[in-house]
Design a protein around this ligand. Structure first.
Ligand SMILES: Nc1ncnc2c1ncn2[C@@H]1O[C@H](COP(=O)(O)OP(=O)(O)OP(=O)(O)O)[C@@H](O)[C@H]1O
Length: 244
């Protein structure tokens, strides 16, 4: 299945992530507009030039949009309207280019504090971490020092740390960028597999067409002529010459 454009129908509570008439404005001008539904298990890819608003879109969805911006429209996650909810209450997971692991803790320690509070007791919390590490192919990594991890392993730990909190949606902000081609392909397959297995909607921001092709969902381009002009003046000038 592919993500579909369109508004949430009145009265319906569709599963997945619904961006219903979302528009983000900066200094009185429209930065981006999106009307999309991302179904559970799908990954929508968002591409766009530098400055087109990809990070801003993620900040908006995760609940920490800078007050310099104004936003319109609604975001529904499994039928819940996220407007006004705190970042924690939204249950939207984030994965970045940098794994952002605490260097003074073991791999397991980095995951432990993301285990949901309803899992009580040291033994059960440790077991949840062990199971999560196993799920991303890192059996036996609990005690490892994050400094000793390869780039691919660090990306897997970052994925595990995000997933163990049981997010209802996942935002992937160029998480594969530091990885070389072979590792990149393997890591993104793992990420998309996990998204499908957990049946959660995801959005991927990337500059790499190979990432977009591998992602299991539609691709949207954001950023109008203004953003393209700012990002690639040479390309835009060439375009305007060709149009003459
Ligand atoms: N706090 C802020 N106040 C005012 N303008 C901002 C703020 N943060 C970002 N911007 C502007 O908003 C626009 C969108 O920025 P954003 O970081 O979302 O772009 P992006 O598509 O993620 O870019 P990149 O690909 O370079 O990361 C840019 O013009 C940026 O300069």
């Amino acid at each position: 299945m592919r993500s579909t454009p369109g508004k949430a129908e009145a009265g319906a509570t569709p599963a997945g992530l619904v961006l219903d008439g979302v528009e983000i404005r900066l200094e009185g001008r429209s930065l981006l507009a999106l009307d999309r539904t991302v179904l559970p298990g799908e990954t929508l890819t968002v591409m766009g030039p530098s400055g087109s608003g990809k990070s801003t879109l993620f900040a908006f969805l995760a609940g920490f949009l800078d007050p310099a911006f104004t936003a319109r429209g609604r975001v529904l996650l499994d039928g819940r309207d996220l407007t006004g909810l705190s970042p924690q209450a939204r249950r939207v997971g984030l994965m970045f280019q940098d794994a952002l692991l605490f260097p003074h803790m073991s791999v397991g320690g980095n995951l432990l504090f993301a285990v949901p509070g309803r899992v009580k007791g040291r033994k059960l919390r440790h077991a949840a971490v062990e199971a999560m590490l196993s799920d991303v192919g890192l059996d036996g990594f609990f005690a490892r020092d994050p400094a000793t991890l390869s780039g691919g392993q660090a990306a897997r730990v970052a994925l595990a740390r995000t997933l163990i909190a049981e997010p209802r949606a996942l935002l992937l902000d160029e998480p594969f960028s530091p990885l070389d081609q072979a590792l990149r392909a393997a890591t993104r397959d793992l990420v998309f597999d996990r998204i499908e297995a957990r049946n959660i909607p995801a959005i991927l921001v990337t500059h790499d067409p190979a990432d977009a092709k591998a992602a299991r969902g539609a691709i949207v381009e954001i950023g109008g002529a203004q953003a393209e002009l700012q990002a690639t003046p040479a390309a835009a000038a060439a375009g305007s010459r060709a149009a003459r």
